[in-house]
Ligand binder design. Structure first.
Ligand code: ADP
Ligand code: MG
Length: 903
């Protein structure tokens, strides 16, 4: 780099203490300790090295001073033709000698000595370029040209060059370098171009703006000219044009003021603002794109200022100072320059007070000269011996300036505007994101609400539909049952009519209204009847022949059997109970087979008086009496029979080990138990116990059926009922009810329990021993006879409960309901089998009489049945009972009101 020679060159040779100007140099606190004697000047370099050496607080440095000699001009070539130059340059030694006379001269050492042959480029590079570089690094910098008028200050600093680009001065070249270094995308450049004349600052870019004030930041010490025009620079050409414009304005202004350019200072201020990325400590430089909440990068901007000054001619200072002129004008003109000199002196001498505030120039340069800026001073001199004095004082000025130490400080500040912009962007992003999330949240809430509403609507709809369906179904069923009843009624009516008609026919009366259809119908019925009769007769004949065969096979025949045969013959004439008699005959046939066989064996053994003989005799007598009963409707003298055979004997046979004997015996006992007169005796003789034992132990269906039938008969008697209960009969019956399959067995068991159900005293025990459940369990069989007995049992139980409630001996809801009878009751309340229906209707009426059952009855659907009973039951007493019951119950009344049912 071309500037390196200048930077480093001075450090090679130790500056000599020259003349008296260096003798007392002591630079306040800013002077490096090694420099305190002034003997050794510290030569710190500009640029990065300097910054590195200084740490954060700043880089100490010294004002660089170069001296430039102008070549002789045309006038001097002539006028001074016979004289040697008053100065002699030793550029290699960076020394300048001013001849005092032919034999004596003073020697001065500078940072750079530029001969008359030095090119503008070289001058720029050694004087200004280091400062420019420093400015680009963020330091303030100043380049000033100081010298007598006509020595080339303007040529050095402000020459635009025109066609001869080699003639371009420092301003143009500095801007060229700056533009080359900055990036206008992130950095910015702006300039102000001013003139200081008679302590007034004028804007060369806006001539009307002729009294610009200096503003000083009390905190930072930064100097600014808020009133000055600041023009942004984007390219070199526009900058040069700006300078040209400023120069033109300068000339025009000076003409107007009748002033010379030499009396004013031209000041170009270049403001460089460079973006240097984020700060390291306070803000993260990493941007995590996944989060909206990263700390913003704090933009760091380095602001620096390059001040290039073409000073007024120095001769004025010398003149005013040396000649003591106090002219106002001279004072004004020179005030700034002399103040600059005084400040430089003060700084050079490390004086406690630097009179910065004495002039506009020194105020303007406060942050750009000495102190915290890099400063270069180019001292221009002419060669003419005529101006030796001026030249000498100029050189001395430069020498003093060389002692001024700078403490460089980088001006970095946060670009709050840009930070604010970035923050705003981030805030906007967050707002958008927040609104988006809020919207999403609201949508979700809305969706869930909608869904819930839909579901509710759906459920309500389906509920309403189901309700409607159920209502229709109930109505349909109700209508259906009404219809059936009506049909039945019509059928009954028809039957009644037909019977009347038949009667009339039989009486020989001619019916005027009879029709051929009716006649044929009756004919058909008669045919059917005849057919049935024929079939029955056929059956009887068959039996008869079988009996005859049997009789024949018996050797000698049996008088008893002959009797039976006779009775059978009689029986053939009895059509009324034909089927029943056949069954009896069948069973008796079997009995007789066994008996005959046993009798024969007995006879073979020749024994007599044994149980079977007596039994046979008893059975045949009994049978005889039974048939006789059937035929004549007269009771047989059973007591006699008991006496003949002996009840004990019969009962003992119940426990016989022989199965046939047992079956036979149980049948006999059952037959006996069917007679109310025998019941007490049977029980007294322990028959009930034996029968119960049979239920428990015997697995033969026939025995069980017959035993159950016997118990059922015995259970009709109130005294026996209690006995059955105390002997554990209910649980035995329950067991049989649970595992028997045969409908007739179940019918017997159900009948027995039904009888027990009708006993007021046994209610609780019956229920607690599972009687009701056993009863209900038997409905599984489905046989109408069984169902009828179940219904009867329920009705009996309900009746007893009702009675107990009325007497106040029972409270709480019905045990039937407790044991789950209600569903079956409701289900069968309208059974087609009238015995079932009748019993259930009664049961319902009993249950409904007690308000405590009302809720269950309503819930279980019994209300409809009660209403139906109250309207349609064929039995007037039940109908009115139902009506009364419904009307007397507040619950039923309320429910009927709700359902708009009228009773
Ligand atoms: P000042 O601004 O100090 O009053 P100028 O820059 O106006 O002096 O210079 C006076 C004259 O001398 C100008 O015509 C300029 O071209 C000429 N001049 C100054 N320095 C040089 C130089 N180094 N080489 C050639 N000409 C110069
Ligand atoms: Mg000039």
């Amino acid at each position: 780099m071309a500037s390196s020679a200048y930077r480093n060159g001075t450090s090679k040779g130790a500056p000599k203490p020259l003349a008296s100007y260096t003798k007392s140099s002591s630079f306040k606190s800013r002077l490096h300790p090694s420099q305190s004697s002034g003997a050794v000047l510290r030569r710190s370099s500009y640029g990065q090295n300097a910054a590195a050496a200084a740490g954060d607080d700043g880089v100490p440095g010294r004002v660089r001073v170069a001296v430039r000699l102008r070549p002789r001009n045309a006038e001097e070539l002539v006028a001074d033709a016979d004289f040697a130059d008053c100065v002699e340059l030793q550029p290699e030694l960076k020394r300048l000698k001013i001849r005092k006379n032919n034999w004596d001269s003073d020697t001065y050492e500078f940072d750079e000595v530029l001969t008359e042959f030095a090119s503008q480029k070289r001058v720029y590079e050694v004087v200004a370029k280091p400062v420019v570089e420093s400015v680009l690094e963020g330091y303030n910098g100043t380049v000033m040209a100081y010298g007598q008028t006509g020595t080339g200050k303007t040529f050095t600093v402000g020459h635009l060059g025109g066609d001869d680009t080699s003639a371009r001065g420092i301003m143009v070249r500095a801007m060229e370098d700056i533009l080359a270094d900055v990036s206008l995308d992130t950095d910015s450049l702006s300039v102000s171009y001013l003139q200081l004349y008679m302590e007034t600052i004028q804007d060369l870019l806006d001539p009307g703006n002729d009294n610009i004030t200096i503003v000083e930041d009390s905190k930072t010490g930064d100097v600014s000219l808020p009133g000055a025009t600041i023009v942004e620079i984007r390219d070199q050409q526009s900058f040069v044009e700006l300078l040209r414009l400023g120069d033109a304005h300068r000339i025009a202004a000076n003409t107007k003021l009748n002033a010379e350019s030499s009396r004013s200072h031209a000041i170009l201020m270049v403001h460089v603002k460079r973006s240097v990325g984020g700060g390291e400590d306070a803000f993260s430089s990493e941007v995590d794109n996944s989060s909206h909440l990263v700390k913003p990068v704090k933009p760091l901007v380095r602001k620096s200022k390059l001040v290039l000054i073409d000073l007024a001619g120095s001769e004025r200072v010398h003149k005013s100072g040396s000649e003591g002129h106090m002219l106002e004008e001279a004072k004004s003109i020179n005030l700034s320059l002399s103040a600059l000199g005084k400040c430089i002196n003060a700084l050079a001498e490390n004086s406690a007070h630097v009179p910065v505030r004495d002039s506009k120039l020194t105020r303007l340069l406060k942050d750009s000269f000495g102190g915290t800026a890099r400063t270069s001073l180019i001292v221009t001199i002419g060669p003419s011996p005529r101006h030796r004095g001026e030249t000498t004082s100029t050189v001395l000025f430069g020498q003093r300036a060389m002692k001024v130490e700078n403490m460089l400080k980088i001006k970095e500040e946060f670009d709050y505007k840009s930070l604010s912009r970035k923050l705003e962007i981030q805030v906007d992003k967050l707002i958008v994101e927040n609104e988006r999330q809020q919207k999403a949240f609201d949508d979700e809430v809305e969706r869930i609400n909608q869904e819930a509403e839909n579901r509710i609507t759906e459920v309500e709809r389906s509920f309403a539909e189901a309700l409607q369906k159920e209502r229709l179904k109930c109505q349909m069923e109700y209508m259906e049952s009404v219809k059936k009843l009506e049909e039945k009624m019509v059928a009954n009516q028809k039957k009644h009519d037909r019977d009347s008609f038949l009667n009339e026919k039989c009486n020989g009366e001619v019916l005027g209204t009879s029709t051929s259809e009716e006649v044929s119908e009756i004919k058909k019925l008669l045919q059917n009847e005849t057919q049935l009769r024929n079939t029955a007769e056929e059956e009887v004949k068959k039996l008869k022949s079988q009996l005859e065969n049997f009789m024949q096979s018996m050797a000698g025949g049996d008088a008893e059997i002959v009797k039976v045969h006779r009775m059978l013959e009689d029986e053939t004439h009895k059509n009324k109970k034909l089927e029943e008699d056949i069954l009896i005959l069948q069973s008796q046939l079997l009995q007789l087979t066994v008996e005959a066989d046993q009798t024969r064996r007995h006879l073979d053994r020749g024994g007599s008086g044994n149980a079977f003989a007596g039994l046979d005799s008893f059975v045949s007598q009994m049978r005889h009496s039974q048939f006789k009963d059937s035929a004549n409707g007269q009771k047989a003298p059973m007591a006699t029979l008991f006496e003949q055979v002996g009840l004990q004997k019969i009962l003992s046979l119940l426990e016989s080990e022989d199965a046939n004997t047992q079956i036979h015996a149980v049948k006999v006992v059952a037959n006996l138990a069917a007679e109310e007169a025998n019941q007490e005796k049977i029980v007294e003789a322990g028959g009930l116990t034996s029968l119960l034992m049979l239920l428990r132990s015997y697995e033969d269906d026939t025995v069980r059926r017959v035993a159950a039938g016997a118990i059922a008969n015995l259970a009709m008697n109130e005294a026996n009922q209690e006995l059955i209960m105390t002997q554990g009969g209910i649980s035995l019956l329950s067991m049989t009810a649970a595992d028997a399959e045969d409908p007739q067995t179940l019918r017997m068991v159900a009948g027995a329990i039904a009888n027990l159900c009708g006993n007021d005293k046994l209610q609780m025990k019956l229920r607690s021993e599972g009687g009701i459940k056993a009863l209900l369990g038997m409905v599984r069989c489905g046989h109408p006879d069984v169902l009828s007995q179940v219904a009867r049992g329920i009705a009996n139980f309900a009746k007893c409960e009702s009675r107990a409630s009325m007497q106040g001996t029972k409270g709480g809801r019905s045990l039937l309901i407790e044991d789950g009878a209600l569903p079956w009751i409701v289900q069968n309340a309208n059974s087609e089998a009238s015995p079932i229906r009748r019993h259930i209707e009664l049961a319902l009426c009993h249950l409904a009489q007690h308000e405590v059952n009302a809720k269950d009855l309503i819930g279980g659907g019994a209300l409809w049945e009660l209403v139906r009973i109250s309207r349609d039951c064929s039995r007037e007493d039940i109908r009115s009972l139902a009506r009364r019951t419904l009307n007397s119950s507040p619950s039923f009344r309320a429910e009927m009101r709700r359902l708009r049912i009228e009773c």
